[in-house]
Design a protein around this ligand. Structure first.
Ligand SMILES: Cc1cc2nc3c(=O)[nH]c(=O)nc-3n(C[C@H](O)[C@H](O)[C@H](O)COP(=O)(O)OP(=O)(O)OC[C@H]3O[C@@H](n4cnc5c(N)ncnc54)[C@H](O)[C@@H]3O)c2cc1C
Ligand code: SF4
Ligand code: SF4
Length: 410
């Protein structure tokens, strides 16, 4: 099926609230359009009317609000394919070999360890990823880490709005090999862009993803600050997790005070997550365009306390397989027991629930006159058949209502 980008516009994506704020619009327009925080707490390209013509076509063909590709290497033997978890060459438990990395990172430090390994052996000149904005620590910004210390300084999960691909133009303009650590939707956009920009596959040599439950709007962060009696201007440090697994959400303020929330207090009430619309419709939150994807590994899907940090790690491509083997041989990564798809289903029940609901949600989008995300290779119809008729009807109706609200219709 043809990529529908040719018949969509970025303005339409933004109007339908299907933009995730990845930042590709800023990169492709050379910064003429910038990622700007909206009153609703989302990063959106602005001014969107400045995206037109060929730029609009290039962007719409890669935009996560329009398409979600998969990226499977053609090497023999072909990878195994699980209907939920996608193509993989192996799935293992892993963690960083360096204790400081493992402690400070979001989970077990696999992504940080792999990025550091690539820099240490000179495979890449820098790692494009994200970290806290030094000028506004409760927000996040893209960063090109050029040393292993830089990668560690930007370890950990940033749950609020981030636009890693706003840095993609600058990264490609350096004409040096680099690694990208980002969310699955960001990596999908990069893979799709490769069809129009040959520099992507030439230079973006390694693609690492976190498995992703969804990006909160800034309102979630502001709500946490408000609960501590703080505003953004008071904040000197905002860490969502890490320094343990999962570690606390920690805020430090100019007055010298420090405030913490446990992971469960932070995320127990789902109605407070303020997730982006695109996340509720995300056909690939599992990193099917990555060489390696790293996830949490809590049986039942939630932590019952602190542990040393273990990543369920999905090695998808031959490049990823070689990277994991080399990092392990160098002692930067420790590889533990194999993990089965069944275990991953148990670690990530919310991901399985979303995957099986998506076919029905996409029918609700069509009911609302909104084009669904084009994801023909993500097995959504096969997975959707697992849902009974009543649940499908409820998912479909709920999605129709959501888009009626977005369109301002009753
Ligand atoms: C929004 C969000 C939702 C998540 N939901 C889930 C989930 O449902 N299930 C699950 O298993 N794991 C989820 N995680 C991932 C989890 O928190 C860990 O990131 C993952 O297990 C990798 O652990 P690590 O120790 O290897 O990461 P680290 O070694 O700490 O490395 C994390 C890397 O990711 C980059 N990064 C952090 N935040 C972002 C961001 N918002 N966008 C792009 N790049 C970023 C950092 O720059 C860093 O390089 C989520 C993460 C985020 C940011
Ligand atoms: S390409 Fe990225 S920033 Fe641009 S509209 Fe799509 S999701 Fe938003
Ligand atoms: S849930 Fe999907 S759309 Fe949302 S941030 Fe994660 S990968 Fe992107």
């Amino acid at each position: 099926m043809a990529n529908p980008g040719s018949s969509r516009s970025i303005a339409e994506v933004v109007a339908n609230d299907l933009c995730i704020g990845c930042g590709l619009c800023e990169a492709v327009t050379g910064g003429r359009v910038t990622m700007t925080m909206t009153d609703a707490g989302s990063l959106r390209p602005s001014p969107v009317v400045a995206i037109a013509g060929q730029e609009d076509r290039v962007l719409a063909a890669a935009c996560p609000g329009v398409v979600a590709p998969v990226r499977v290497d053609g090497d023999e033997p072909a990878p195994l394919i699980d209907p939920v978890w996608g193509a993989h060459r192996s799935m293992v438990m892993a963690w960083a070999g360096d204790q400081e990395v493992r402690f400070k990172a979001a989970t077990g430090g696999v992504l940080t360890a792999l990025g550091r390994h690539l820099l240490a052996v000179g495979e890449v000149a820098f790692v494009l990823h994200v970290g806290a904005d030094p000028d506004a620590p409760s927000r996040s910004r893209w960063v090109m880490s050029e040393s292993i210390d830089d990668v560690l300084a930007n370890t950990g999960s940033r749950y609020g709005p981030t636009a890693p691909l706003a840095g993609l133009g600058a990264a490609l303009d350096r004409s040096e090999p680099f690694a990208l650590i980002a969310k699955p939707c960001d990596l999908g956009a990069v893979h799709a862009l490769a069809t129009t920009d040959p520099r992507v596959d030439e230079l973006c040599r390694y693609r690492l993803a976190m498995v992703c439950g969804g990006q909160s709007r800034l309102t979630k962060t502001l709500g946490v600050l408000d609960g501590f009696g703080l505003t953004e201007d008071d904040v000197t440090l905002m860490r969502y997790r890490g320094h343990g697994n999962p570690g606390p959400t920690r805020v430090e303020s100019r007055s010298g005070g420090a405030h913490e929330l446990t992971y469960l207090d932070m995320w127990a009430d789902e109605s407070s997550w303020d997730l982006e619309t695109r996340c509720k419709l995300c056909p690939d939150a599992l990193g099917e365009c990555a060489d390696v994807a790293a996830a949490d590994a809590w049986p039942g899907g939630a932590p019952t306390g602190e542990d040393e940090g273990f990543n369920a790690t999905i090695v998808r491509t031959r490049v990823g397989e070689q990277l994991v083997a080399a990092a392990a041989a160098a002692g930067r990564l420790v590889v533990g027991e194999p993990v089965t798809a069944h275990q991953l289903d148990d670690f990530q029940p919310h991901q399985v629930r979303k995957k099986v609901a998506l076919a029905a949600r996409y029918r609700g989008m069509i009911d609302a006159g909104v084009p669904p995300i084009h994801a023909p290779d993500l097995r959504l119809d096969e997975l959707g058949a697992r849902l009974d008729a009543d649940a499908q009807a409820a998912q479909r109706a709920g999605t129709l209502r959501r888009f009626q609200v977005i369109a301002g219709r009753p």
